[in-house]
Design a protein around this ligand. Structure first.
Ligand code: GLU
Length: 162
């Protein structure tokens, strides 16, 4: 079973998120990742295997001052355990990232539709469909709340998102 955590507050977010993921480790997972904004740029760092592997990568970002972010430990349901399939998943323009617990049952139908619209997928997961669909709708309406609503009306399954 996977773990999902988000933080927005006054403290540097990444250590808070890592600590949260550590507390969720007992649930089991095959890969882990975090997403945060650094210097106006979305950063997504992921690693296959244990949290220690993710922390090793994060050591290259010692001055992370982001005050909000998301983190995930994955239990693969769609796509093998691999870094490219780890969460967060990003939309094509690298402007938004999502983490997802659960299963998107109609992901294939949405994926095929988005591919026809020119969207390129980089993972084998059902979850990436949500990132790409959200960005697709955001580009249509330029309103995140509305884009989330449009997205939720199209997806079927069980889910928690950050
Ligand atoms: N279905 C998603 C995947 O395979 C999420 C799995 C999970 O809940 O960790 O990436």
């Amino acid at each position: 079973m996977c773990g999902i955590i988000g933080y927005a507050g006054h403290r540097p977010a990444v250590p808070v998120i890592i600590e949260g993921l550590r507390r969720l480790e007992y649930r089991g997972y095959d890969s882990a990742g975090v997403g945060f904004i650094q210097g106006m740029e979305l950063k997504v760092i992921k690693a296959e295997g244990k949290l220690a592997a993710l922390e090793e990568k994060l050591a290259h970002y010692p001055n992370t001052v982001a005050m909000n972010g998301i983190g995930h430990t994955r239990w693969a349901t769609h796509g093998v355990p691999a870094e490219r399939n780890a969460h967060p998943h990003i939309g094509g323009n690298n402007e938004l990232a999502i983490i997802h617990n659960g299963i998107i049952e109609n992901y294939m139908e949405i994926k095929e539709h988005l591919i026809k619209q020119g969207v390129t997928f980089v993972s084998d997961t059902d979850s990436e469909v949500v990132a790409q669909l959200l960005e697709f709708h955001y580009n249509e309406c330029h309103n995140m709340l509305e884009a989330v609503g449009r997205c939720l009306r199209r997806i079927e399954g069980s889910y928690a998102f950050g």
